[in-house]
Design a protein around this ligand. Structure first.
Ligand code: BGC
Length: 711
């Protein structure tokens, strides 16, 4: 691996194109554009998304709409279209620079009977002006006289896996070099786009109703080139046209790169001795920072960030547990923006609770523009079998997950204003849901029956460890954050004596360890069939594709980290000693059939003092997107994997945590890592620390514990 700041490739693999489009996507906290080829390609999936711009087709669920496309540029050489699926290039290179967010592609190409040309594409979504997309195309004739034809515009006919969102498309050409478009969906979502094409001289126009294009024809002698710059601005709604710059591309790039540099200041990560890991972590930070909403705009962190259509861009716990804690430690304003989305979603969460006859706020398992539940009721297996999806009804741990993210944010940042204005309300109203939801058994213990835990292979179980442990924690923390907030308690309709009741329920719900310190994943789990997973190695697919739901249900095979994850998140409560015992028990029973699992296991192994095992999980987690090891990265980069990897580095290997007097580290580095350097923000101040295994750590502030023996 040469430069760990770059994602690069030097050839086109036709079958890898849609997957690579996700990896090469760029985003700026507001817009995200997949890394498609400007000239088009066979099964390419072009899309630019805008946070919060959901459309809902009649009788269907909301999805994030692809905006009228700005990226397409048709290039002809002596009348023949440059397409890499028609004719492979004679030379090819694509590079995404994480430092600046610049995506560059160079192609050497020759059509039958024409000279050789070089086309160079550079594009970015501006971090400085987040409604702005910029593209530069240079075409050079290398050998012969050629005539180059260019067409580029705004494509309102774009469609994706959920259809074509824009039923109403209106455009005009307010100036010779400019097109504007207003696109409206059937449910009234509206976007205004405006493009300017500079550098080509007089332009023609193609009057297509939904895909108007500006055109130019330019003769190039050998050694001559043309250079076009196209700026496209997007604005939600049908307000005035977005302003566009008339600067050179490099100036727009410089302004955007300066903002990226500011982001990297607090997300630095260095792993001397392991360029693979360093690259994977920079890739992760690039996608998580760019893909998280930069401001409050009716959007949370989507399960595939802004890099693909996967899960319709719905927001799951992937955001709260995997991405937000990393953002809290490095980019607190982005964590805050997501929590603002959760707070605004309370109205929907209350509606959901009411629908089930419950008090409080029952957060949606999947949400889109509002906090309302948008989980589909039905899904399809890869073999085409229709299956009922019950996560929206009974995967209830999401209620506590959101509270966990909010509490972690408050403790880490000390943002009391958030706690006062939004956090306490979210935490209390979620806890109110649990208080109403738990059942007290004859033996006096509290139960949560009929749930789905993180292990979605076992549906409708009683007393899932993760759910109970998180809900118990949530009830306890609500009593802490709610203490003295009588007005809020009254406004939320909490019953008299609620604090004592919450604490009492928390105690009764708290799971108890079973034999040899292993917690039972859910009631009856220990009696299920044990299946030796190693028998199925090597395998490329999750086991539910191979064995089917029924076999899984009767077995102990667990989809993803469940008990192990609860122990990691609630480490302060349970201590680290239990993590090792449960990792040993559940590790061999875990399928890692979800993108959330491996990175969480890596953190668990680190906390258990096993850096080599942690590294093995880390490496496999990094392969999920970088090697498409789950086979589904074409639908977008996995938010949870990327956020999880970043936490595996900071929380796992470096052991960064809050001690009584502030941040501390307990580094446990893999043998081949010389060190792990990173920056983070605590209480509004940036810190830069370096962890070294077995050696005192260096940083701007002496960490209190640099190394512990694990255990
Ligand atoms: C996982 C969930 C996750 C969802 C979205 C599912 O396969 O089991 O935990 O939230 O995918 O990534």
């Amino acid at each position: 691996m040469s430069d760990t700041w770059l994602l690069s490739e030097d050839r086109v693999w036709p079958e890898r194109v849609p997957w690579k489009e996700s990896l090469f996507s760029v985003a700026n906290g507001h817009l995200g554009t997949r890394g498609t080829f400007e000239e088009g390609y066979g099964d390419s999936v072009p899309a630019t998304f805008m946070h919060g711009l959901f459309v809902t087709p009649p009788g269907d669920l909301p999805y994030l709409a692809p905006l009228p496309d700005w990226t397409t540029v048709s290039i002809t050489v002596d009348g023949i279209r440059l397409r890499l699926d028609d004719r492979l290039p004679a030379g090819y290179e694509r590079v995404l620079d994480f430092r600046t967010g610049l995506l560059t592609r160079r192609v050497l190409w020759q059509a039958p009977g024409t000279g050789v040309i070089r086309a160079e594409f550079r594009r970015l979504l501006s971090m400085a002006d987040t409604g702005l997309a910029a593209l530069e195309v240079n075409v050079t004739s290398l050998t012969d006289d050629v005539q180059i034809g260019i067409e580029t515009g705004l494509d309102g006919s774009i469609s994706g896996p959920y259809g074509s969102p824009w039923s109403g498309v209106d455009w005009k050409r307010p100036a010779q070099d400019r097109l504007t478009m207003r696109a409206e969906s059937d449910d009234g979502a509206t976007v205004t786009a405006s493009s300017v094409v500079l550098g080509l001289g007089p332009l023609g126009v193609i009057h297509h109703a939904r895909h108007p294009r500006l055109t130019a024809t330019i003769d190039l002698a050998p050694g001559e080139w043309l250079s076009l710059t196209k700026y496209t601005g997007y604005r939600k709604g049908s307000g005035p046209e977005p302003d566009l710059p008339d600067d050179r591309f490099d100036q727009v790039l410089a302004r955007s790169a300066a903002e990226w540099a500011r982001r990297w200041e607090t997300s630095q990560i260095e792993v001397p001795g392991d360029p693979f890991a360093e690259h994977a972590l920079r890739f992760a930070a690039f996608h998580v920072i760019g893909g998280a909403p930069g401001s409050a705009e009716g959007a949370g962190v989507g399960a595939r960030l802004l890099s693909g259509y996967g899960y319709r861009h719905h927001v799951f716990w992937d955001a709260d547990i995997f991405c937000v804690p990393y953002l809290t430690m490095t980019q607190p304003d982005l964590a805050r923006a997501h929590l603002g989305y959760r707070h605004r979603g309370l109205a929907g969460a209350r509606r959901k609770a009411a629908q089930y006859g419950r008090a409080g706020a029952f957060c949606a398992w999947e949400s889109a523009g509002t906090g309302d539940e948008v989980t589909p009721d039905w899904g399809e297996t890869p073999s085409g079998e229709r299956i009922r999806i019950r996560t929206g009804e009974i995967e209830e741990h999401i209620v506590a997950d959101v509270a966990w993210a909010a509490d972690h944010y408050v403790r880490w940042t000390g943002d009391r204003a958030f706690l006062d204005d939004e956090g306490a309300e979210m935490i209390l109203d979620g806890a109110r849901y649990w208080q109403d939801r738990v059942e007290i058994g004859r033996e006096g213990r509290a139960h949560l029956r009929h749930v789905i835990g993180p292990d979605e292979y076992h549906v409708d179980v009683d007393d899932n460890f993760f759910t109970n442990a998180m809900a118990a924690w949530h009830l306890g923390i609500a009593a802490e954050h709610g203490a003295g907030r009588n007005d809020l308690a009254e406004r939320l309709g909490l019953p008299d004596g609620w604090e004592e009741e919450f604490l009492d329920l928390a105690g009764r719900l708290q799971p108890l360890p079973g034999p040899e310190d292993v917690f039972e994943q859910h009631d009856g789990y220990f009696t299920l069939d044990h299946i030796d997973l190693s028998r199925f190695e090597p395998r490329l697919a999750p086991l539910h594709y191979i064995l089917g739901e029924k076999v899984l249900e009767r077995s102990q095979i667990t989809k993803q980290a469940d008990v192990v994850m609860g122990l990691v998140l609630l480490e302060n409560l349970h201590g680290r000693a239990l993590i090792g015992a449960n990792l040993d028990y559940y590790g061999p029973r875990t399928d890692h059939g979800s993108s959330l699992s491996l990175a969480m296991h890596s953190i668990a192994a680190s906390l258990a003092g096993r850096p080599e095992q942690a590294y093995d999980y880390f490496r496999r987690a990094a392969a999920i997107d970088l090697e498409d090891s789950m086979g589904n990265s074409a639908h977008g980069v996995h938010a949870a994997t990327q956020g999880g990897l970043l936490q595996a580095a900071l929380v796992g290997f470096a052991g960064l945590h809050l001690g009584l007097d502030g941040p501390e580290i307990r580094a446990r580095l893999p043998e081949h890592w010389e060190a792990l350097g990173f920056s983070f923000v605590h209480g509004g101040t940036r810190h830069e620390w370096e962890a070294r295994a077995g050696k005192p750590a260096r940083g701007d502030k002496a960490p209190r514990a640099d190394h512990d023996g694990g255990g």
